[in-house]
Design a protein around this ligand. Structure first.
Ligand code: ADP
Ligand code: MG
Length: 420
């Protein structure tokens, strides 16, 4: 047992600070998002005058900086609001951020989360939101009471509350939630509540009923994908603080940026790509990243992303995806057509197969209407491609192509659904 368990650590070949490449790191500066940040701060400014800011809906595809920008602006707002020197009115400003995907997928959960947020647990609040403000004490409390409690704490403290709902599209009773959050403002004499909703899905807005749509979208901000040049700036900044000098050449930074720009303009993807390339170089005991590392990293990262995306899909979408992969591997029964059009299956046969697969794992298959909805969702994630067959072939039907190799998809879903 005299062996040392830990060898003395040596410096890493590539990274000097891996944290700054992590998706959770919010950089001090967000290049190419200055006007977006300014816009949001302009919309929120009335709160410093005791007025209710408009609600904001922020959307754009993943990795376009939505979360970082909103959190950055809110961080600055909180700094001003808590600075005794600043000429802010007497109103209390509190902001509560949550990512709805991580356990706040209903109005009820959102309200509990707001009421138990630590920013509402301070002594400066005259009326404590609850006698006992622990989450467990709120469990099971009826929704009307919850609403009353929130109303009380806002009103009695003349509180300006801003609720930030990231990935808001995952809230199942979103219309109800929006209605509740606005109604508070009609029911109270002091204080105000505003919301900032963030979503990766532009189609989300269309899912709202017209009233909650106009409520949430009082202000709307679109975040566009980054182009190669913008990604390059973003990467360079991280290279400086995260990588040893000389670890990556300018050309390879450009290549990473170009790959990410041509994929989806996603900064998260670009950072992942750079990190993976660095890891590959390190595992080869090198001190600098080669072009081959970048290329290999691309394949690896794409596989990781697909597997991550699939794992996060709702169960029935996974079953549909699996059914497509499985059918493709077994071969479509409509040989003649599929010889013309390679690697496709018909939506009709997929639906049949989906029903079979569902039953085999003791799930109730959903209706065809839902099935179509799932297909659209899967297409949004780039996992499948839908095509109309045109007239003539079995009427007008939909052809489905898989965005990835069927083996890859089957292997992933088999694990996530426990089919093996
Ligand atoms: P979204 O919420 O739109 O999916 P994020 O805000 O989570 O995107 O950003 C994804 C990653 O990219 C994070 O690591 C973030 O730090 C980085 N990032 C995005 N935009 C910028 C930017 N303008 N400058 C620096 N880093 C950025
Ligand atoms: Mg985000």
């Amino acid at each position: 047992m005299a062996d040392k368990l830990f060898e003395p650590v040596s410096e890493r070949g590539i990274f000097k600070n891996l944290d700054v490449l992590s998706p959770h790191y919010v950089p001090e500066e967000l290049p190419h998002r200055i006007s977006e940040a300014k816009n949001i701060s302009r919309i929120l400014t009335p709160v410093l005058r005791n007025e209710k800011p408009n609600n904001i809906f922020v959307y754009g595809s993943t990795g376009t900086g939505k979360t970082s920008v909103v959190r950055h602006v809110v961080r600055e707002l909180n700094k001003i609001a808590s600075n005794p020197e600043s000429n802010v009115n007497k109103a209390l400003i509190k902001t509560v951020y949550m990512n709805c995907r991580t356990g706040y997928g209903s109005k009820y959960q959102v309200l509990v989360r707001v009421l138990t947020d630590e920013c509402l647990q301070t002594e400066e609040l005259k009326k404590r939101p609850l006698e006992d403000r622990k989450k467990k004490d709120l469990a099971g409390i009826n929704p009307t009471k919850l609403y009353e409690k929130l109303k009380d704490v806002v009103q009695e403290n003349n509180l300006s509350l801003i609720v930030i709902l990231d990935e808001i599209d995952t809230v199942k009773d979103i219309d109800d939630l929006m209605y509740t959050l606005t109604r508070i403002n009609d029911d109270i004499k002091g204080g105000r509540v505003s919301a900032i909703g963030i979503s990766n899905r532009s189609s989300f807005k269309e899912m709202l009923d017209s009233r909650s749509k106009s409520t949430l979208c009082e202000e709307e901000l679109i975040f566009k994908p980054y182009n190669a040049h913008q990604l390059e700036t973003i990467l360079k900044y991280r290279v400086e603080i995260g990588l040893n000098s000389g670890a990556i050449s300018e050309g390879n930074v450009k290549l990473v940026a170009a790959y990410a720009a041509s994929t989806n303009g996603d900064a998260r993807y670009a950072l992942k790509l750079m990190q993976k390339a660095g890891e590959l170089a390190e595992s080869d005991n090198r001190k600098s990243i080669k072009i081959e590392d970048v290329k290999a990293a691309r394949t690896k990262v794409e596989e990781d992303i697909v597997s991550e995306t699939v794992k996060n899909l709702p169960e029935h979408q996974q079953i549909v995806l699996y059914s497509i992969a499985d059918l493709l591997l077994k071969g479509s029964q409509y040989k003649r057509l599929t010889e013309v059009e390679k690697d496709v299956v018909f939506s009709g046969e997929v639906y049949d197969h989906y029903q079979k697969v569902s039953k085999s794992i003791h799930r109730d298959p959903r209706t065809i209407r839902w099935f179509r909805e799932y297909l659209n969702e899967l297409e949004v994630f780039g996992l499948i491609i839908l095509k109309s067959s045109g007239k003539g072939v079995r009427g007008n039907t939909t052809l489905i192509k898989l965005g990835r190799k069927p083996e890859e998809i089957r292997d992933i879903v088999e694990i996530t659904l426990g089919l093996k």
